[in-house]
Design a protein around this ligand. Structure first.
Ligand SMILES: C[S@@+](CC[C@H](N)C(=O)[O-])C[C@H]1O[C@@H](n2cnc3c(N)ncnc32)[C@H](O)[C@@H]1O
Length: 259
């Protein structure tokens, strides 16, 4: 966190008659990596489990266009090993399976059994279920060996972790990628815009409107987190979803010499 403090001259006397210190009033500008909102990932998992069917038919479809763009940024190749982290209802899994082909492999991981059931059904409808491994697991403890993947796709999931958990998750994503492997992240964004009116309104709603925080997503500084984990940032594309929600697509790479 970077904190800049500016001081402002105030000439009036105080109620007690003494002249105030000219350096008394402070204007503080704070750059930060997350909103001041509580995030309970366990509770979020159980919410997503309960709403899996409805989520698949509504939100996941509205958000699909920004994910199609992210998939082209990830640019999977035949034979690659890819993980969809927090795969949800799995609308992108048929694309992943088609791109890596029979020589590649796809792992679809989610903490919510309801979401995995939706994902499996979606893959069956597209005839790719036998080519996808469905894994119930937690992104804070990925049940995968180190350096076992060429690519990870993580859409709309990093924003569901509090700061400490996110540090664990970003380290896990780094661990499971092979040197030179790439990570494509889509997330609500706050990098470089930490005090925008949208974010202030979002933070206010999160704290004051009952139920607003149930699905847990909030803007994060994803770029800052990925750099802190050791990733090299290759591309950053900013966009907004209906309602003006800032979203970013980031392609990051584990350095070829990384462990
Ligand atoms: C907003 S949904 C996005 C789903 C999917 N990536 C998509 O783009 O449609 C977030 C998903 O992350 C999953 N999730 C939340 N916390 C998780 C955790 N700790 N480990 C694995 N998955 C998690 C939820 O169950 C949910 O399916």
């Amino acid at each position: 966190m970077i904190m800049v403090t500016a001081r402002v001259w105030s000439p009036r006397r105080t109620a007690g008659g003494e002249r105030p210190n000219p350096l008394a009033a402070e204007v503080r500008v704070v750059t930060r990596r997350a909103l001041r909102v509580p995030v309970d990932n366990e509770r979020i998992q159980s919410v997503y489990d309960r709403i899996a069917g409805a989520y698949a038919r509504t939100v996941a479809r509205v958000e699909a266009p920004s994910k199609r763009r992210a998939l082209s940024v990830l640019d999977l190749q035949a034979g690659e090993r890819v993980l969809s982290a927090g795969c949800g209802p799995g609308l992108t899994l048929p694309h992943l399976a088609a791109r890596v082909g029979a020589a590649g492999s796809v792992v679809a991981l989610d903490a919510a059994p309801g979401m995995l059931a939706e994902a499996r059904a979606h893959c069956r409808r597209h005839g790719v279920a036998p080519r996808v491994s469905f894994v119930r697991g937690d992104m804070r403890r990925l049940p995968l060996p180190a350096a076992s993947l060429d690519a990870v796709f993580a859409a709309d999931v990093l924003e569901l972790f509090g700061r400490a958990d996110l540090e664990t998750v970003r380290a896990e994503l780094f661990r499971v990628l092979a040197p030179g492997g790439r990570l494509c992240v889509v997330t609500m964004d706050m990098h470089d815009v930490p005090e925008s009116p949208f974010l202030q309104a979002y933070e206010w709603a999160y704290q004051r409107i009952p139920g607003f925080a149930l699905v847990g997503c909030r803007p994060i500084d994803a770029r800052g987190h990925l750099e802190a984990a050791g990733f090299e940032i290759e591309t950053v594309e900013r966009d907004s979803r209906p309602g003006g929600w800032p979203v970013v697509t980031i392609l990051a790479r584990k350095p070829a010499s990384g462990d």
